[in-house]
Design a protein around this ligand. Structure first.
Ligand code: ZN
Length: 454
């Protein structure tokens, strides 16, 4: 990411998508083998790796702590798990794939017949080569997951069943990275970090969020950025519980998940439906020129469920490509590193940077020559060469001049005008240089000529 550009706009313009996409893929690859869960050493190890790249504080909430309506569960750790047949061969082996054990399985050491074991085995008959991902966080249970072909190959007989796990008082862990800006108003980026060897859900979100934090860290910022890497549900609930008094600082937020598959971008609005974050993402998607979808809020999905619960009702949308559960590989061993695409990770990151750039620059301006149209040609602001780009720039200046009556922000202008935000920024820069436009000073009254109309 060197040399470091001085502004976010420069950073975006210089972004080498191929290399940053491959960096994100490499980070996901490094984290992929770790057996994560909503607590335990795999989660801590993952956060420790992220803290090498970004200033990440690790927080722990003790088992048994009441957080909002939930209780923090016991901490889960696992060393090994297997099912051995009578010849001593591991027919199901956690060491080969950590999805083989139901995440949060209680410790087990026993022998049982195939008939006794079968109710504990989970497979996907419709996808016979894939191992499903199952969890049992809040009810003590145990089980194994395996491909349907593997299940069908098991013969009658006695099996040795071992899950070398612990379920003890400890803590859940989450990571928090705050990048202070000029303002204490915050932009929240939250992603879950509790899935074991699964790539799109959730390492794509982890890789994109960490890379976004690393990109923003050296750049000047108006907003403060808070990145949360939380175990799903209980992590977000714990953070909200501990930060109830300060969530009002949160002006924009996005939950990132499933951002590395080859599907189109798909945005789920916040519960508010028309928050600035909803408008900014919609505007960027509409002007990007690639297919996309926007959906209304629903109380089903990732941690937007918590941030958008009615007591908080925060302006937090959900940014994803193919939504969870809408691709067959979801929650199975087929959601692996090959399912991720460096190009699509980079596209997700670039889109987020554009949304952030838009909101960072969502300021109000005033036209300093509002009586009639100022003569742009005399000031060298209209290209005599003509052409499409010059026409677009001219049109952008007319829109900015016309709408800059002190009541409309850049986002309002972008929405009304329907063009790429960079064109608006170019127009603003040119008009400010020509002293036809100025930042609205919220402390001072509007220019006399505009007061009557604002
Ligand atoms: Zn999931």
């Amino acid at each position: 990411m060197n040399p470091r550009p001085a502004t976010l706009s420069n950073f975006r313009n210089l972004l080498d998508r191929a290399s940053i996409g491959n960096e994100m893929l490499a980070l996901a690859g490094e984290l992929f083998p770790i057996c994560r869960s909503i607590s335990g050493e795999g989660l801590r190890q993952t956060l420790a790796r992220l803290s090498e790249a970004i200033p990440l504080a690790t927080r722990e909430v003790k088992s048994g702590t009441q957080v909002l309506d939930w209780t923090v569960p016991k901490e889960w750790n696992i060393r090994d798990a297997y099912v051995k047949d009578c010849s001593g061969r591991r027919v199901i082996d956690f060491q080969k794939n950590n999805l083989h054990v139901v995440n949060y399985s209680a410790p087990v050491r026993t022998r049982m017949t195939l008939g006794e074991l079968l109710p504990r085995l989970h497979s996907l008959p419709e996808r016979p080569d894939w191992i499903p991902y199952r969890t049992s966080y809040y009810a003590e249970d145990w089980g194994f997951c395996l491909s349907h072909r593997q299940l069908q190959s098991l013969t009658e007989g006695e099996y040795e069943v071992v899950i070398d796990s612990t379920l003890e008082d400890g803590a859940i862990t989450y990571g928090e990275c705050l990048l202070p800006g000029q303002s204490e108003d915050e932009f929240l980026i939250s992603t879950h970090v509790c899935h074991p060897s699964l790539a799109n859900d959730n390492l794509s979100g982890v890789a994109v969020a960490a890379t976004l934090a690393r990109a923003l860290a050296p750049l000047p910022r108006r907003y403060s950025y808070r990145f949360l890497f939380v175990p799903g549900t209980i992590g977000a609930i714990s953070w909200l519980d501990r930060n109830q008094s300060s969530v009002a600082m949160l002006k924009h937020g996005l939950v990132l998940a499933c951002v590395g598959d080859r599907g189109n971008l798909n945005y789920k609005r916040s519960r508010r439906g028309n928050a600035d974050i909803d408008r900014a993402v919609a505007h960027v998607l509409k002007t990007k020129g690639s297919p996309f979808a926007i959906r209304d809020f629903s109380p089903y999905g990732y941690d937007e469920r918590q941030y958008c619960s009615p007591g908080f009702n925060l302006p937090v949308g959900s940014f994803r490509r193919t939504p969870h559960g809408e691709y067959p590989e979801y929650h199975s061993s087929a959601d692996n590193l090959e399912f991720l695409s460096a190009d699509h990770l980079a596209d997700s990151l670039a889109t987020l940077l554009e949304v952030i750039d838009l909101l960072e620059n969502d300021l109000r301006f005033v036209n300093l020559s509002p009586m009639g149209e100022p003569q742009l040609g005399r000031r060298g602001l209209v290209s005599s060469l003509g052409g499409r780009a010059a026409k677009d720039d001219h049109l952008a200046m007319l829109w900015v001049l016309n709408l800059s009556d002190g009541t409309k922000s850049v986002l309002d202008i972008a929405e009304q005008y329907g063009l790429y935000v960079d064109a608006i920024r170019r127009a603003i820069d040119a008009l400010m240089a020509a002293r036809l436009l100025d930042r609205l000073n919220t402390e001072a009254p509007l220019p006399r000529t505009l007061m009557a109309h604002a």
